[in-house]
Design a protein around this ligand. Structure first.
Ligand SMILES: *Cc1c(COP(=O)(O)O)cnc(C)c1O
Length: 466
């Protein structure tokens, strides 16, 4: 499988290189040159497969000879055995034909584990083969950092440095990162804010000379193709559990960077009958505004009760724009360069096509809390604020009650106790048993000044073979 850039000017790459590369050299994102397509008959034959067997069927065409079939099967078995539910992505029914797919049974209680548990193993496999080492450097304000650390903890050829803003992440989120023990895991608390952390990461990728040429940086942020690939699987999984592919499904997806919902769009293109995809945003609603009025325009960042969806631009949306423009990289490049300067629109017929593919809704904090309370009162089932946004959007946008509506449950409510409290409920979501002692575990992190030279010196000194 070859991968091409959405801006049309970078060289095409194979899977291994795409895994190790973040942005393409032309500033674009990598997408498969062509998608595998599965017939209904083939999808039907997957009924009854375990999650990891299904993952093999869906993903192997993307990976092909980078990882031989037997090794890939073994890797997937290991990856999905760390989840604490036998079904890996169990479905919970909310109402007639209405479901939540729980994607938070992994080690860090959010859906990012599905991709990052696999990504760590894929990276280590490819690096072992190539006799290479990488340093993963990332900034986090929440879920990504802990999922990346958990995903890389057993990697032999990876050191991971995660920067978080000192005293500005929640205690659960900090502890999920800092209590993971391993010589290759390095948490840095920067005396600054999230933007400071992100700027240092960006600048370091731009000039890696501080590593002295002995290793190189790699990124695991949401634009990494392998993350999208891993997220396609659970759309097939849910559909097969509810009578697919002989019946179509609707999905509602809490969205920030457009990664998870883009995976659903790909599942549909690969042959899975999906009749509705709902983009569910919080007040940071650039996608909803685009879908409603064909205007793509950055607004100020709003801090909400669903912080993992607090974004100003939606990085993976570029991958959809590429398809909407008939895969014309130059058109995408021009559009996004203009979008950095001010509001942009696309041709009306292209926008109408996007509206056929997706519905959208924006849900504010009050409606989020109302939904958490309502679902709890109806079912004694607690939603986290991100999932609540998905459920609310699903109910607002639903077209056909005969089609199962599945909301992606992106996080466990124990990760976001403040939103549950604010919804007026007196229940406190307990941490799952495997994390019950989180507050007793030993923490390890280093506090550094908001100064890039100091941070780079720390990394250069502390990676394994430094
Ligand atoms: C990352 C995240 C999202 C947003 O996912 P995207 O792929 O960026 O759209 C939603 N909910 C939770 C809990 C997350 O951690």
């Amino acid at each position: 499988m070859r991968y091409i850039s959405t801006r049309g000017e970078a060289p095409a790459l194979g899977f291994e290189d795409v895994l190790l590369t973040g942005l393409a050299t032309d500033g674009g994102l990598y997408v498969p040159e062509s998608l595998p397509h599965f017939s209904l008959e083939e999808i039907r034959s997957w009924r009854g497969l375990s999650y990891s067997e299904l993952a093999f069927k869906v993903m192997h065409p993307f990976v092909d000879d980078a990882v031989p079939a037997d090794d890939f099967r073994k890797m997937l078995d290991e990856t999905y055995s760390v989840f604490t539910h036998q079904a890996v992505a169990p479905l919970v029914q909310l109402d007639t034909n209405e479901w939540v797919m729980e994607l938070f049974r992994g080690p860090t209680l959010a859906f990012k584990d599905f991709a990052l548990q696999l990504l760590g193993r894929l990276l280590d496999y490819v690096l072992e083969k190539r006799k290479q080492h990488v340093v993963i450097m990332g900034a986090t304000s929440g879920d990504t950092g802990s999922a990346a650390i958990e995903g890389c903890r057993r990697c032999e050829h990876v050191d991971i440095f995660i920067l978080h803003p000192h005293q500005r992440v929640s205690e659960v989120q900090r502890r999920q990162m800092t209590t993971v023990q391993g010589d290759n895991i390095h948490n840095i608390a920067v005396r600054g804010n999230f933007d400071d952390c992100q700027r240092m990461v960006k600048e370091s990728f731009g000039n890696q000379s501080f590593l002295g040429g002995k290793t190189q940086l790699a990124a695991v942020n949401s634009i990494n193709w392998a993350r999208i690939m891993a997220q396609i699987v659970y759309y097939f999984h849910a559909s097969l559990a509810l009578g697919g592919p002989d019946r179509s499904m609707a999905f509602s997806v809490p969205t920030g960077n457009f990664g998870d919902i883009f995976a659903g769009y790909l599942a549909k293109k690969m042959g899975l009958p999906i009749s509705q995809l709902v983009i569910a945003t919080n007040r940071n609603d650039i996608l909803h505004r685009f879908m409603s009025g064909n205007k793509y325009e950055q607004h100020q960042l709003e801090h909400t009760l669903s912080p993992s969806m607090d974004i100003m631009v939606s990085s993976n949306f570029e991958r959809l724009l590429f398809d909407l423009h008939g895969r014309d990289g130059l058109a995408v490049k021009t559009l996004l360069e203009n979008a950095a300067k001010g509001p942009v629109s696309i041709e009306d017929y292209r926008w109408k096509h996007a509206r056929k593919l997706f519905d959208s809704d924006a849900v504010d904090d009050k409606a989020t809390c109302d939904t958490i309370r309502e679902i709890y009162e109806q079912n004694e089932y607690l939603l986290d604020p991100h999932t609540a946004i998905g459920v609310r959007a699903a109910r607002n946008c639903r077209r056909d009650p005969a089609v199962p509506m599945i909301t992606l449950g992106t996080a466990h409510p124990a990760k976001f106790p403040d939103a549950v409290a604010e919804s007026g409920l007196s229940v406190k979501p307990p941490l799952p048993a495997h994390m019950a002692d989180l507050f007793e575990r030993e923490e390890r992190y280093t506090v550094l000044d908001n100064n890039i030279a100091g941070v780079q010196e720390f990394i250069a000194k502390h990676w394994k073979n430094a």
